[in-house]
Design a protein. Sequence first.
Lengths: 208, 165
Amino acid sequence: MEIFSKLEGFKLDVLKEVGNIGAGHAATALSQLLNKPIDMAVPKVQILPFEDIAEKVGGPEKIVLTVFFRVEGDAPGNLFYIMAPEAGKSLLQRLGAFVPTDGLDLTEMEQSALGEIGNILAGSYLSSLADFTNLAMSPTVPALALDMAGAILSYGMIQFGEMGDAALLIDTTFVQGNDEVEGQFFLIPDPESFDKIFAALGVPFDND
Amino acid sequence: MTDAQNLVKVGMADLNVVGNSGILRTTGLGSCVGLTLYDPQIKVAGMAHVMLPSSDIARESQVNIAKYADTALPVLVDKLVELGAVKRRLIAKMAGGAQMFAFAGSGDTMRIGPRNVESCKEMLKKLGISLQAEDTGANYGRTIEISSETGILTIRSVQKGVKEL
């Protein structure tokens, strides 16, 4: 796919740093919410075939809890905050506001609270990126889904679908102590956003 | 759902055909549409995992024909005919085309599921194949499989359990 042939080595490192800054701020926000330290893995930047993206969270049929945001502004894209359903419930419990209900289902209140947590994290993720790049980026209102990973994540690949069979994913994992609130941030910038991000950071995109 | 040895997986933006009691399966359909064709007389089945409604929007240098409704369906028919199916006997069923996230005002991408469904129906009409059953739309993911022995399409989802068409 033509767009990816230009995205190698140094440029992938730049995107890794983009993920690092965004997720770093989101981890800080989560840590403040929970009043607990949150560890963050080094972000991974990968160009993955559509088929393999859901494998990153356990396969296309794996049931995940996801807060989805469309990123609007100068460098649009899709942002997913993905957790195991139990991790979502554990997160609510740690906030002290909920006695989580059993089973997979979420009450309206739980959904709303998770959406709001996602909102805070996505807000920190994107506002730090916006500061770093001087590009306007803001999340839409959060949308929550508890469903198969393949069904959810394929949504983030539609923009890439017109151009090929792979997408670029900036993936960061959060861990708190005993893994109970583990979550993953996936940022999938739209294909058109790469040259804007690189231009904003002074990285020449076209002349290799 | 079975885990038979003659299970053939159909990936995203992919299509395949089976006979000999084989089973076709595709997992995690969201806004994508799983379209199946079946010839009951010689018991062969085909499945396409369609991601986008029309190849008009393709900006890739080598178009993946399985990805778009308008290009995938004719190829699927051809492949079944190669196996001995007869076009006028083919029965279509489909599932998927959900709108996974509902919020207003974000343009065409948000409606990609319903658009995939519409485009598949339009292609079926053009090809003169009747749509016998569908489980499309709503806001949840689906895993589907079709048996070439029976032509039954089994649909599994997290919220709604298992359903047969």
